[in-house]
Write a protein that binds this ligand. Structure first.
Ligand code: SF4
Length: 398
């Protein structure tokens, strides 16, 4: 596992305009000013305490909740706090999540002075479907927010879409995706199937049979996406993520491939290369209760990272570790290498032997492509079928 300082930062802003019917994220609708003041005080303390564990930041993701819900003054405050505590590489990808109903021209002026990527939570271009999801605002807000972004200096813009919405048919879904790719401002989109989580409001509104039907239509919609985006320049690079060439979300790719990140704010996770820990929800977090640690063995962690990488079209390269004179190491160490320079892990030859057997069996089921390289190295990428049945890959690798 790698032991350098974290070069990725995540900040969770848990506030929103209202609570969407399907939401199980940690979010507080319409918070009072006192809560926001306490949030900033605690965030400042945590930044101060943890900043030594961060190196020069290569990516920064401000997610939520709805960070764009913050007032212009609070957005400025957040950006200043980050700048005062961390060093940010000039080429860093800096993303912030916004929603149409709370994005304004005044806010985008502040955002463009700090961030270079915006993720806009549209979810659907159909007013009725947005209502079923319980999204705040209306289509007028959606079009206005697109206009605001179009007039801004931000030129890396992602859009979130949800499918499998009750009453949505395949044609409606196709129209949503076609609308996304028709807007030249979008360089990336994420499309997630609506999930009926136990604690969400929407779940109690539909019978089990109805939910099964939505799932069946969802699967059909997912399979249709490559066809809809053909010849648009967009490509699927992860099960739920699509982008123009070079516009993949670097922060997410690095996270999936096991990069180290520091997470701040309530419910934010951090990962130090081996251990993952998650902060408590707002009230416990404000009281200073300790984070929850997820301790698993190094081998289990490696398996987890390896599986996550196979949700992407990048896959992994596995090759013998070379000594200084470019000969394979006699101790039989291997390197598992992802798409970025820091996604590289040393593992034993017995780990690779075990892995190879499982990978070959997945290859014979048509879920993976295993490519042989010279000097005992090989590459592994999921096939289209492998992305569809990724759960099968995960099950077999565990
Ligand atoms: S905007 Fe996002 S975080 Fe906020 S309530 Fe809706 S789904 Fe949840």
């Amino acid at each position: 596992m790698n032991h350098q300082l974290s070069t990725m930062l995540y900040v969770h802003v848990p506030f929103c305009s209202s609570k969407c019917g399907y939401c199980v994220f940690h979010s507080i609708p319409k918070p009072g000013d006192d809560i926001i003041v306490s949030y900033f005080k605690k965030l400042e303390k945590d930044f101060e305490r943890e900043k030594e564990n961060a190196g020069k930041l290569e990516s920064l993701f401000i997610g939520g909740g709805t960070p764009g819900y913050l007032s212009p003054t609070n957005l400025e405050r957040l950006f200043t706090l980050i700048q005062n505590n961390f060093s940010i590489s000039e080429k860093a990808e800096i993303s912030i999540e916004c929603n149409p109903e709370s994005l304004t021209e005044e806010k985008i002026k502040i955002i463009e002075g700090f961030a270079n990527r915006v993720s806009l939570g549209i979810q659907s271009f159909n007013e009725a479907h947005r209502k079923i999801l319980g999204r705040a605002g209306d289509m007028r807000n959606v079009y206005e927010s697109i206009e605001i972004l179009n007039n801004s200096k931000i030129n890396n813009i992602s859009c979130d879409i949800i499918y499998g919405i009750p009453s949505q048919n395949v044609k409606d879904f196709e129209a949503d995706i076609r609308t996304v790719v028709s807007y030249k401002i979008f360089t990336h989109f994420s499309a997630y199937s609506l999930t009926f989580e136990e604690n969400s409001e929407i779940t109690s509104l539909y019978s089990e049979d109805e939910k099964d039907d939505f799932e069946t239509v969802s699967a059909e919609m997912w399979e249709l996406i490559p066809e809809i985006i053909k010849n648009t320049g967009f490509k699927r690079y992860e099960i739920s993520n699509y982008s123009l060439k070079g516009k993949e979300c670097k922060h997410n790719v690095d996270t999936w491939f096991g990069g180290k990140y520091l997470g701040f704010g309530p419910a934010a996770s951090s990962f130090d290369g081996n251990v993952r820990w998650t902060q408590r929800e707002l009230s416990e977090w404000l009281r200073g209760e300790p984070a929850i640690y997820d301790r698993i063995s190094e081998k289990e962690r490696m398996n987890e990272i390896f599986m996550m990488g196979l949700r992407t079209v990048f896959g992994w390269e596995i090759k013998p570790e070379m000594s200084d004179n470019n000969r394979p190491q006699t101790v039989g160490q291997f390197k598992i290498i992802g798409p970025y320079k820091n996604n590289s892990y040393s593992v034993s030859s017995s780990y690779v032997e075990d892995l190879k057997e499982k990978l070959l069996s997945l290859k014979s089921s048509g879920l993976l492509d295993v490519l042989n390289f010279d000097a005992g190295g090989f590459g592994v990428v999921p096939t289209e079928k492998g992305l569809t049945f990724w759960n099968e890959i995960a099950l077999q690798l565990v």
